[in-house]
Design a protein around this ligand. Sequence first.
Ligand code: CTP
Length: 392
Amino acid sequence: MLLIVGGGIAAYKALELARLLRKAGVAVRPILTAAGAQFVTPLSLGAICEDKVYSDLFSLTDEAEMGHIELSRSADLVVVAPATADLMAKAANGLANDLASTTLLATDKRVLMAPAMNVRMWQHPATVRNFEQLKADGVHFVGPDEGAMACGEFGPGRMAEPSAIFDAVMALLEGAARPLAGKHVVVTAGPTAEPLDPVRLITNRSSGKQGYAIASALASLGAKVTLVSGPTALQTPAGVTRVDVETALQMLEATQAALPADALIAVAAVADWRPDEAFGVKLKKGKDGPPAIRLVENPDILATFAHEGPNRPKLVVGFAAETNDVEEHARAKLARKGCDWIVANDVTEPGVMGGAENSVLIISRAGTERWKRMPKEAVAGRLANKIAEALA
Ligand code: CTP
């Protein structure tokens, strides 16, 4: 994270904050304002952060190593402690006349401020206005606390204690790393196997790899994941609850039982048909010759849960394995099944079906995204991030 240390007596507490963060393994890159440097020295801040202290917007050497724009985006979180009335005013109004304020204007990352100032300054209508504006802009705040101040007055304006700022930082970093925390996602994966008799079945070549990789990627973003899986040779990914099924009918039932969910990702290669009768005993060769197998259609699991209703997951994603006119077929599938996205792949490409790589199109009503060929884990990671954005 970036730690912007503003100019206030509370700046000494920023050193303790940096120490706590470093102890917890957080990389802290410090920016010290000119006013901040009146209270703590670059040497102590840099030593505690174990990083170079940035303070000059127009430093040729700093800009050559890491420009201020890059600096503002290099972290997962920007923390301002102490956030002085001046820094808050600049940030609320988009001023950028030093490195700290320019960084705050240029960043696309979350910002946490720990205000610290005299009680009259905190209660001044200008600061109240800036505080409201910053909150409306999405800035997070911790403190200020109420108590005796260095200036001898009493009231709100004391910077929150380093331990409280530390807790707020960790909660935000955790949130950044786990954007799907609190969300439930159901993933169907693998083939289905439709029995003909106790020893024979109709199935397909799906390995389940892509579905399992997606379940794993979603879990690592913090989602509670239920993986409804047909028969595969794969290990259950860490943090995923797996429900094993064989047939399409069982998959439908298990998916129903797993709902409600925030998203349903239907990756399974569900058999479109099943033998209309599964014999209880093994079919034998005989004088009548080979038996005729009559097929009946399986329910469409994706379409069933994509339909509008009180229990419809907010996001329903289907997969399409196509061999020709991929985009056209996939777009038709999107409309027919009523899902939000179709992830389409060309299974005639060597190494896709059962293999380690995939090259996909993401089709939605908004348009088509074409992803270059990459390992199935990379497709899964990117898709999980896109799902997290859609559910945010
Ligand atoms: N699917 C499903 N239940 C089925 C069939 C398919 O949930 N009975 C889901 C798959 O998990 C996948 C999507 O629907 O997400 C696409 O499946 P696909 O078999 O390619 O589509 P079909 O409807 O069979 O269309 P086509 O016959 O044109 O391939």
